[in-house]
Design a protein around this ligand. Sequence first.
Ligand SMILES: CC(C)(COP(=O)(O)OP(=O)(O)OC[C@H]1O[C@@H](n2cnc3c(N)ncnc32)[C@H](O)[C@@H]1OP(=O)(O)O)[C@@H](O)C(=O)NCCC(=O)NCCS
Length: 219
Amino acid sequence: MADPGNPNLEVPVFFEVETERLRLRTAYLSDAKGYAPMMTSPEVMQWTSAGVPITDVDVAEQWIKARVLGRDTFKLSVELKGSLDDSRQPEIIGMMGSDHWPEIGYIFHPGHFNKGYATEALRALVPAAFERMPSAEQGGYDFLLAGTIKGNTVSGRVLEKVGFTECETTLQDFENSFFGKCDSVWYRIARPGKTLEELGVLPGTSSAKDGELPVPPIQ
Ligand SMILES: CC(C)(COP(=O)(O)OP(=O)(O)OC[C@H]1O[C@@H](n2cnc3c(N)ncnc32)[C@H](O)[C@@H]1OP(=O)(O)O)[C@@H](O)C(=O)NCCC(=O)NCCS
C-alpha cells in the first residue's frame, strides 16, 4: 500500500518483536495520536531536528510521514505491554528505528523516562536491524550508526549500555531551533561477527568510505 500523496512512500512490511515489558511493531501514520505526548514535549523535541514541540496537526502529520513511510523504512512504535490508552489500545511510549540505513534514532514518552524502556527496546532493535539492513557485501552496512546532539548524555548512556561505542564528534554540523548550531556525537555498533576496528570506523581509524560518512542526525 502506498501513500496516495506520494506513491514512492510505501507502507513498510510488518515486523514485530517482544521484550519482557514492551512490544515493538511497525509504526503507522495512524499512531500519530500515540506520538502526541512525545511530539508536544519540549524535553523530548529539543534533541530532535525540530528542536521545539510540534503541536500543529499538519506539521505533525508531515513529521511522522517522513519517518514511518518508505519501503526500506524500519521505524517501530514501542508499546507498553499490558497498558491501555483512552482508545483501549496499548499505550505507545516510544518510536525507534531507521528511515535511512545505517542510522537509527528514537524518542520516548517523557512520562516514562528512566525506567529502562529505551535500553530494553534498543536491545531488541539492534539484532532486528542487522537482520533487516543489507550487509556491506550486499551493498549496505556492517554497522549501525546513532547521532546525538553533543550534551545528550542520556541518549549516549542508552547507546553505551546496549554496546554502541562513541566514535567521533563532528563540529557545528547540526542545527535546530532550540540549540542553534551544535556539534554531533556519533556512536556505532558492529554487525555480529565484525568489529568496529576491522571496519575502520573507530576513533583514530579513518578508512570509512565516503558513503559511510555520517550525515547530521535527523530523528
Ligand atoms: C534518550 C531517551 C530515549 C532515553 O529513554 P529512557 O527510557 O529514559 O532511557 P533508559 O531508562 O533506558 O536509560 C536512561 C539512562 O540514562 C541515565 N540518565 C538519566 N538522566 C541522566 C543524566 N542527566 N545524566 C546522565 N545519565 C542520565 C539513567 O540513569 C539511565 O542509565 P542507567 O540505567 O545506567 O541508570 C529519552 O530520554 C528521550 O526520548 N529523550 C529525548 C529524545 C532523545 O534524546 N532522543 C535521542 C536522540 S539521539
